[in-house]
Design a protein around this ligand. Structure first.
Ligand code: 4G1
Length: 224
């Protein structure tokens, strides 16, 4: 899978490109992450890509032309790419949506700053608007990195054995509790069953704990 990211802060993406699961996916040639500095598509000598909002009010709005030119450039190499705008107005990113997106060959991610992009970009250039949740953040970059991580882990071969995890949310439940050495610390002990060596009982206990945990902490998930 190839990700092209349109951003004013390409350096931020070293956070996911340089280490961890995604870095290894890139090394294995399963993933490619290209960042595009939107300022390179500015139409003036000051490299501005934003302007004041029509109708007045606070903040600045990202202009159509630089974004449209950048998407055009990305599509020269990659005509079938799906353009996703990370935005608080988008549909919520879930495990199921991450899985769905993982079947695409190419995704272009547009990261907003300031008050976001001119609405005509959303009308004409964006295939899908996706949100990571209901809170205010300073820019779409962190959201794009969350999406890249969640989608990349669903691509066969990206996760190594050491990174496993995946079955946890695959069944729509929270995780069961985890323990490691030592067996006792400051009087707190590991549940006996985990030391029993009886794998079938352990699996049943974990399943029961996952259900209990979900019921207690996320009633909304149990409904689903
Ligand atoms: C109004 C949240 C504004 C935010 C209401 C989740 C948030 C991108 C996301 C904002 C952003 C709410 C996201 C807000 C996001 C333009 C630049 C939009 C940053 C911006 C609840 C600022 N998932 N936020 N506005 O945060 O891009 O993807």
């Amino acid at each position: 899978m190839r990700f092209d990211v349109i951003t004013l802060f390409p350096e931020m993406f070293s956070a996911i490109k340089d280490e961890g699961v995604i870095a290894r996916g890139i090394k294995k040639s399963l993933l490619l992450i290209n960042t595009w500095q939107l300022r390179d598509f500015s139409h003036n000598k000051h490299r501005n890509i934003d302007d004041a909002p029509y109708g007045g009010g606070a903040g600045m709005v990202m202009q159509v032309k630089p974004i449209r030119d950048c998407i055009g450039k990305i599509k020269q190499d990659n005509p079938k790419t799906k353009v996703i705008y990370l935005s608080p107005q988008g549909e919520r990113l879930t495990h199921d949506l991450a899985k769905e997106l993982s079947s695409l060959d190419s995704i272009t991610l547009l990261c907003g700053r300031y008050e976001g992009v001119d609405e005509r970009i959303i009308e004409h250039d964006v295939d899908r608007e996706i949100s990571i949740g209901d809170y205010v953040i300073s820019g779409g970059e962190l959201a794009a990195m969350v999406l890249i991580d969640a989608v990349s882990r669903q691509i066969p071969g990206v996760l190594g054995n050491q990174d496993s995890l995946d079955d946890s949310f695959a069944n729509g439940l929270l995780d069961y509790p985890h323990y490691t050495r030592p067996e006792e610390v400051d009087g707190q002990v590991v549940p006996k069953i985990l030391l029993s060596g009886h794998q079938a009982n352990i699996e049943a206990w974990r399943q029961a704990q996952a259900i209990q945990n979900t019921q207690k902490k996320r009633k909304d998930l149990v409904k689903k």
